[in-house]
Design a protein around this ligand. Structure first.
Ligand SMILES: Cc1cc2nc3c(=O)[nH]c(=O)nc-3n(C[C@H](O)[C@H](O)[C@H](O)COP(=O)(O)OP(=O)(O)OC[C@H]3O[C@@H](n4cnc5c(N)ncnc54)[C@H](O)[C@@H]3O)c2cc1C
Length: 383
């Protein structure tokens, strides 16, 4: 991975923005269990952060995905996981399919304002009965005249209580579950869309997560993204960027976890020396640093191949898997070395411990990544 002056400039500018506009508010947003997405996204949009890889015709910068990777990595300077996750949903989870397959009309109506930050986007794939098994979703969008009439509901919708539109995956016909689905841009203020519940979670506190109901929701068929029946395929392609994003976004936060633990244990005295001076402690941190560098190398390699146009499904799945694993092992090991302080709510490492647990579950659980990798290796025997 070769970084240019432009990559470094992006890193510097985004870091400055985070230091000035995000980190001073993070504790209050964590406490409130929500952050003002529209207010923050408008500021980010004005600085061009929300459209790095999006087409210039809709206000984006038309850059390759290495810039999205640098952005995901730099977002790790935010001192919580929830805000970066919601930004990632906006830039790399709810909008890639729209940018790639949407008509000019839907891109003007939904993509352009998502790049300026005027619109907050959310992604509606998971449902109460269907998470890992995306093909089994039950939400339907039935054709009626020029409209779709949508019924069903979504669960776990990040930014769901404040989003302006949802990139919705729904069944538009009977038949084969991989060929009967369509992605649709759904304005969240449409009659029949309701937020059933804001979910309480163990981490990612600053990010609101919602359960959404659809009751005879009518949207024009022209809000469809690309071709009807291609929604599952588009979503699987969209997952590729989501998984690379998940890998890249963990790097900086996990580095901070190790660094802050080294700093704390260097000062903390015990048995006439310091915690860090215990061989088990500094060997463990050295081991974790090595693991983190291995994840970094994997992410950089996957992205370098991705921007050359190669299929990186296997590497992206490996990066997501490894990020999930390290998202658990690094904060867990670090928390131990803080002793009782690590067990307090406001401790930075305990926040990483709680937030980091999600990566092994969301956007495809570790086991789903393992099944993709096994399939690609030709050794998969299951369903
Ligand atoms: C905080 C948060 C935010 C989220 N944001 C969004 C969002 O914005 N949009 C959205 O659409 N979804 C979102 N999700 C949903 C997330 O993607 C799902 O939770 C995830 O896909 C897992 O689905 P599930 O929760 O239904 O678990 P299930 O599918 O019920 O899986 C349960 C467990 O089964 C095991 N398992 C799964 N597959 C296999 C397998 N093949 N072999 C062996 N074991 C397996 C895994 O251990 C898995 O954790 C979010 C979730 C959370 C918690």
């Amino acid at each position: 991975m070769e970084f240019t002056h432009e990559h470094e400039e992006l890193r510097r500018n985004l870091k400055r923005f985070i230091d000035n506009e995000v980190n001073p508010h993070v504790d209050a947003w964590e406490e409130a269990e929500i952050f003002p997405a529209k207010e923050l996204f408008k500021k980010m949009g004005a600085l061009g952060f929300l459209g790095l890889t999006k087409p210039e015709a809709y206000g984006g910068s038309g850059l390759d995905w290495s810039y999205a990777m640098v952005m995901a990595e730099t977002l790790g300077h935010i001192r919580c996981g929830g805000v970066p996750m919601a930004i990632g949903v906006q830039t790399d989870m709810a909008t890639p399919a729209l940018a790639r397959f949407g008509s000019d009309e839907v891109k003007k109506e939904f993509l352009a304002p998502s790049i300026t930050g005027e619109y907050v986007a959310c992604l509606g794939v998971s449902e109460p009965g269907a998470g890992s098994d995306v093909a089994s979703i039950k939400t339907t969008a039935r054709k009626d005249g020029d409209d779709y009439v949508i019924n069903g509901g979504k669960l776990w919708t990040t930014s769901g209580t404040q989003a302006d539109w949802m990139c919705l995956l729904a069944n538009t016909s009977e038949g084969a579950p991989h060929k009967n689905k369509t992605l649709i841009c759904l304005p969240m203020k449409t009659k029949g869309v309701s937020v059933a519940k804001k979910l309480r979670k163990i981490g990612m506190m600053a990010s609101d997560t919602a359960q959404i109901h659809f009751d005879d929701v009518r949207v024009p068929q022209r809000y469809r993204i690309g071709e009807e029946g291609m929604g599952f395929t588009y979503q699987m392609l969209q997952f590729q960027e989501e998984r690379l994003w998940a890998g890249a976004s963990k790097l900086q936060g996990l580095q901070r976890c190790i660094d802050e633990t080294a700093a704390y244990t260097r000062e903390r005295k015990m048995f006439g020396t310091t915690v860090l001076a215990q061989q088990w402690v500094h060997y463990t941190l050295a081991e974790l640093q090595t693991e983190l560098e291995a994840l970094r190398a994997l992410v950089y390699r996957a992205v370098a191949l991705y921007i050359k146009g190669e299929d990186v499904t296997t590497l992206a799945s490996m990066a997501k898997l490894k990020a999930g694993r390290l998202g658990r092992t690094i904060p867990d090991a670090c928390l131990q070395f803080w002793g009782g302080m690590g067990y307090t709510w406001d401790n930075p490492v305990s926040r990483s411990y709680r937030d980091g647990r999600l990566t092994s579950i969301g956007g495809g659980a570790d086991e789903v990544m393992l099944s993709i990798i096994a399939k690609r290796m030709g050794i998969f025997s299951g369903r």
